[in-house]
Design a binder for this molecule. Structure first.
Ligand SMILES: *[C@@H]1O[C@H](CO)[C@@H](O)[C@H](O)[C@H]1NC(C)=O
Ligand SMILES: *[C@@H]1O[C@H](CO)[C@@H](O)[C@H](O)[C@H]1NC(C)=O
Ligand SMILES: *[C@@H]1O[C@H](CO)[C@@H](O)[C@H](O)[C@H]1NC(C)=O
Ligand SMILES: *[C@@H]1O[C@H](CO)[C@@H](O)[C@H](O)[C@H]1NC(C)=O
Ligand SMILES: *[C@@H]1O[C@H](CO)[C@@H](O)[C@H](O)[C@H]1NC(C)=O
Ligand SMILES: *[C@@H]1O[C@H](CO)[C@@H](O)[C@H](O)[C@H]1NC(C)=O
Ligand SMILES: *[C@@H]1O[C@H](CO)[C@@H](O)[C@H](O)[C@H]1NC(C)=O
Length: 504
């Protein structure tokens, strides 16, 4: 199949005929047209711009500035990469020296590009309140993905230009409708659900193309959000392979270029950051942060800071003992490792230990698979808990953000399934949420059996979470129904944050 594909690449007409089976977006006549735009926090005062094109770019460039009509600065790179079965090249350019918390305008250099804008990152230590939206397990909308009944004003859907207004992608629509209410997006894992192509019978004979078609469509649908908001990504199980719980026969047709997190790695590898240099006055913290930057392996594990928060992104799929997606792992997804043995955990410890809470009082860890969930033991990752939970407790992580289970859940502060006696009033243990109910072809997961640490669980309609960092001591956590914007659950975590370096 792979050699057939390579043969067809030189024959555009035939390639289009083959592609017709899969529901590909049309290739723009101008092959330099930017598609699938995505932005990320790339460092202090730095933002990376990622986008795909239907041709390789010798020198991807972006013009930018603080006035839409005067884009006086230019940044370029030579980063234009692809893999065997992709129709597109992933381009990345990093914009540096940005003034913090400032609206910038940017235009990707092409004979067919428009001006877009973003808010640059807040400086670590800026104590201005802000909100982050959390979306996990977000799939493609439409024939190869999921659909829902209309439940909102169709006119408002027009605010999401790249999504067919008839398609009612409720979570992306809500992110567009609430544009001024949040500053950036956290998405730890499961994008598009391209590996679920075989659930649509029409794709049966053309999985290789269906997989790519779903990725192109999804990232076009996401571009109105990810091209205007800093959008932080880490891996989930659906990035691993051509098939998620598919059959051996399907696996045999999966070309190497679609295994082992290839699209995710090519797409986000240059887009995501490593770890920030510490702005702490403490030398131990500076050395630790430098060490974390060396050990980081973006887009799999890395960290960043934004105003009052330090966020550490972990990879719950590979690179720790008994990791589920590794060869011989419990998920049969045959991916990774992406670092040397022990590298991810060494990163996590160096990173968490270096967080100066007088600069960034809030410390979050975000990953894909949870170890607290309702719905029985099949929903929790015991190997993840064994690897990560002791470090989260030791360094006083405030909140763990996870998905994988397709619903919304909130947990009381907890460690090793023992509840913190202080509850939400200055606990020593981390609290956790699951925000996996945003919508995908697999549908919602029922709430199922309860656990004692659960405080809220919802699986009736698509939903996502928002985190509002109100001040150094109060974090407001809300779950939002995507279709209506109704607040489903609201809670506030209070932390005194009196210790500069937590090590308990
Ligand atoms: C220019 O880009 C727009 C989308 O941004 C696309 O719809 C259009 O087809 C492109 N034009 C050409 C000539 O490729
Ligand atoms: C989207 O919404 C419109 C109007 O609200 C409705 O008629 C249509 O069936 C919906 N489309 C899908 C795919 O659910
Ligand atoms: C991709 O194709 C090239 C030849 O075009 C081949 O050398 C390479 O091994 C392939 N890579 C994968 C990962 O299949
Ligand atoms: C620096 O931070 C470390 C913990 O990372 C702590 O042990 C040490 O006392 C701090 N040094 C100063 C001068 O505060
Ligand atoms: C996946 O990719 C990584 C990094 O490129 C490589 O080290 C690893 O061996 C690959 N794993 C598999 C199962 O091919
Ligand atoms: C926290 O949980 C870990 C298991 O993940 C356990 O080893 C450790 O003893 C617990 N710490 C406290 C203080 O309960
Ligand atoms: C699970 O049980 C806890 C405590 O017993 C309760 O507070 C919580 O509401 C329950 N969760 C659900 C979804 O019923």
């Amino acid at each position: 199949m792979l050699s057939l594909w390579k043969a067809l690449q030189g024959l555009p007409l035939l390639a289009v005929l083959v592609a017709a089976a899969a529901d590909y977006p049309p290739i723009p006549e101008d092959l330099s047209t930017p598609t699938q735009q995505r932005l990320a926090i790339h460092g202090m005062n730095a933002v990376s711009v990622g986008w795909n094109t239907y041709e390789q770019l010798a020198k991807p460039c972006v013009q930018y500035g603080t006035s839409a009509s005067r884009l006086l600065k230019e940044a370029c790179s030579t980063s234009s990469v692809t893999y065997n079965t992709s129709r597109t090249w992933a381009n990345t350019v990093v914009l540096t020296g940005l003034s913090p918390a400032t609206t910038y305008y940017y235009q990707i250099e092409s004979t067919n590009a428009t001006v877009q804008s973003f808010l640059s990152p807040r400086t670590p230590g800026d104590k201005t309140p802000f909100t982050t939206s959390v979306v996990i397990d977000l799939g493609v909308y439409g024939a190869d993905g999921f659909t829902v009944d209309a439940d909102g004003d169709p006119a408002r859907k027009a605010l999401v230009p790249a999504v067919d207004p008839s398609l009612n992608h409720t979570t992306i629509g809500r992110l567009a409708d609430t544009w001024d209410d949040y500053e950036w997006v956290l998405h730890p894992g499961d994008f598009a659900y391209a590996d679920d192509w075989y659930l649509t019978p029409a794709n049966a004979n053309d999985g290789v193309n269906a997989y790519e078609a779903i990725l192109e469509t999804f990232y076009d649908q996401l571009a109105p959000i990810a091209g205007g908001k800093l959008y932080m990504a880490s891996p989930g199980n659906h990035e691993a392979d051509c098939e998620e719980l598919g059959t051996a026969a399907i696996e045999a047709t999966c070309p190497d270029g679609q295994k082992n997190f290839t699209d995710f790695n090519i797409r986000f590898g240059n887009n995501m950051p490593t770890a920030f240099g510490s702005t702490s006055a403490n030398l131990t913290a500076k050395v630790g942060a430098n060490s974390a930057a060396q050990l980081a392996q973006p887009p799999f594990w890395y960290s960043f800071e934004y105003g009052m928060v330090h966020v550490t992104m972990i990879d719950t799929e590979t690179d720790f003992p008994d990791a589920p997606d590794e060869p011989y792992g419990s998920s049969s997804l045959d991916g990774g490792p992406f670092g040397y043995s022990g590298q991810q955990l060494a990163f996590l410890e160096a990173d968490l230990a270096s967080v100066d809470r007088s600069v960034t009082p809030w410390l979050l860890v975000a990953g894909h698979r949870p170890w607290y969930s309702t719905g029985g033991s099949g929903n929790v990752c015991k190997a993840c808990q064994a690897a990560f939970e002791p470090l989260l407790y030791q360094y006083g992580v405030d909140l763990g953000v996870f998905g994988h289970v397709h619903n919304s859940q909130r947990f009381a502060p907890v460690n090793n399934s023992v509840l913190d006696p202080n509850g939400m009033d200055d606990p020593a243990m981390p609290m956790y949420i699951v925000a996996g109910g945003t919508g995908n072809i697999e549908g919602l997961s029922s709430v199922g059996a309860n656990v004692s640490s659960n405080r809220f669980a919802y699986a009736e309609t698509f939903s996502y979470a928002t985190l509002t960092f109100e001040d150094e001591n109060n974090l407001l956590i809300q779950f939002v129904e995507s279709a209506t914007g109704n607040i489903l659950d609201s809670s506030t975590l209070y932390k005194s944050h009196t210790e500069q370096f937590v090590n308990q």
